[in-house]
Design a protein around this ligand. Structure first.
Ligand SMILES: NC(=O)C1=CN([C@@H]2O[C@H](COP(=O)(O)OP(=O)(O)OC[C@H]3O[C@@H](n4cnc5c(N)ncnc54)[C@H](OP(=O)(O)O)[C@@H]3O)[C@@H](O)[C@H]2O)C=CC1
Ligand SMILES: O=C(O)C1=N[C@H](C(=O)O)C[C@H](O)C1
Length: 268
């Protein structure tokens, strides 16, 4: 049994993660963490997630349960994720991190902590998206320097706070690496006014926000006379939750280091 706790348990992903852990026969739900001042502190994690009473009370601080867990799953905010990681590294606890929107310094800090504990960090835990990274690299090598323009288009719910999505950036990086391009230089994240014509090397990003869209990503390869689109559409957050639980089990036999979901799925 892998004893798993969920950080940000009251969030959109937090509740899904509680369900994914509870549904997994090889995992036991060892706790859920909410804000210290939340009225949910002391409430039952199962009731929060609509699973009925599980006898697992929600706590306001990770410190209260950390000794009784094997893995912390964290899909929250960059600041909270790094604070939790500092504590997990100190106590030798593994982490699965799905939080997006980390800046360069935050990503460097995360990489430093990975020297102390095993962790999986991925902007998307779904099987389809992680497989698509390989397909995208193949398509980019075949088409990217042969007259095809590359654009990444993503759509998410109205509550999402970071843009472009972590997945869109990951897809853009897969394409850029396959073509020897650099997103810092070749990524175009905004077009407005008289932009001039598109350059051949640029990789464009477009963001849609609205309603309850769970997460949709398309990479478009557009030439004169034809276009190829590789799309992934998530219709339930449970797909991310299941991936995170799979990553938690996988981490149990790993040494300290930073891994991603392609490592977990054996796609490298
Ligand atoms: N890797 C993947 O596969 C996926 C990644 N994500 C990423 O996961 C993250 C969370 O997404 P989502 O669930 O939609 O967001 P939510 O805002 O619904 O959830 C975040 C949770 O974290 C809590 N939280 C934030 N700061 C603190 C704090 N300082 N102390 C305690 N709790 C805190 C929030 O509490 P409160 O509500 O009180 O603010 C909330 O419950 C995002 O970065 C998103 O991009 C999402 C889906 C899939
Ligand atoms: O915030 C979300 O909801 C999602 N975020 C992730 C991202 O930024 O790529 C993954 C997924 O698309 C849902």
């Amino acid at each position: 049994m892998t004893r798993i706790a969920v950080s940000g348990a009251a969030g959109r992903m937090g509740k899904m993660l509680l369900e994914a852990v509870e549904r997994d026969e090889q995992a036991s739900l060892a706790g859920g963490v909410v804000r210290p001042d939340s009225s949910l502190v002391g409430a039952d994690a199962g009731e929060l997630a609509g699973l009925g009473r599980l006898g697992v009370p929600l706590v306001g601080k990770l410190d209260e349960i950390i000794d009784d867990i094997d893995v912390l799953i964290d899909f929250t905010t960059p600041t909270l994720t790094l604070a939790n990681l500092a504590l997990c590294a100190e106590r030798g606890k593994r982490m699965v991190i799905g939080t997006t929107g980390l800046d360069d310094d935050q990503q460097a800090a995360l990489a430093d902590y990975a020297g102390q504990v095993p962790l999986v960090f991925a902007a998307n835990m779904s099987t389809g998206v992680n497989l698509s990274l390989n397909l995208l690299a193949t398509a980019a090598r075949a088409l990217g320097d042969a007259g095809f323009d590359i654009e990444v288009i993503e759509a998410h719910h109205r509550h999402k706070v970071d843009a472009p999505s972590g997945t869109a950036l990951m897809m853009g990086r897969a394409v850029a690496e396959a073509l020897g391009r650099d997103l810092q230089k070749d990524g175009v994240f905004q077009r407005v006014g008289h932009t001039g014509a598109r350059s051949a090397r640029e990789i464009g990003f477009s963001t849609v926000r609205g309603g309850d869209i769970v997460g949709e990503h398309t990479v478009l390869f557009a030439a004169e006379g034809e276009r190829l689109e590789l799309s992934h559409k998530a219709s339930s957050r449970l797909t991310f939750g299941r991936g995170a639980v799979r990553a938690a089990h996988w981490l149990m036999t790993r040494d300290a280091g930073q891994y991603d979901m392609q490592d977990v799925l054996g796609l490298k």
